[in-house]
Write a protein that binds this ligand. Structure first.
Ligand SMILES: [Zn+2]
Length: 57
């Protein structure tokens, strides 16, 4: 799942933990689109993982 600022979370966290509200910007999530295979060759997915765990209150 992805927000308008491109914060991404797995479906379960986005819907259950964050209740469809991004903890960073307060916006909603939508399903992150799939990048087509033929484009992955020229535009590979980033290998840099940004991991910022959230504190659940
Ligand atoms: Zn966000």
């Amino acid at each position: 799942m992805i927000c308008t600022f491109e914060c991404t979370y797995c479906k379960e966290c986005a819907s259950k933990t964050f209740k469809n509200t991004c903890p960073n910007c307060g916006g909603n999530f939508t399903q992150r689109p799939i990048r087509p295979k033929h484009l992955l060759e020229n535009y590979p997915a980033s290998t840099t993982i940004v991991f910022k765990p959230k504190q659940i209150k």
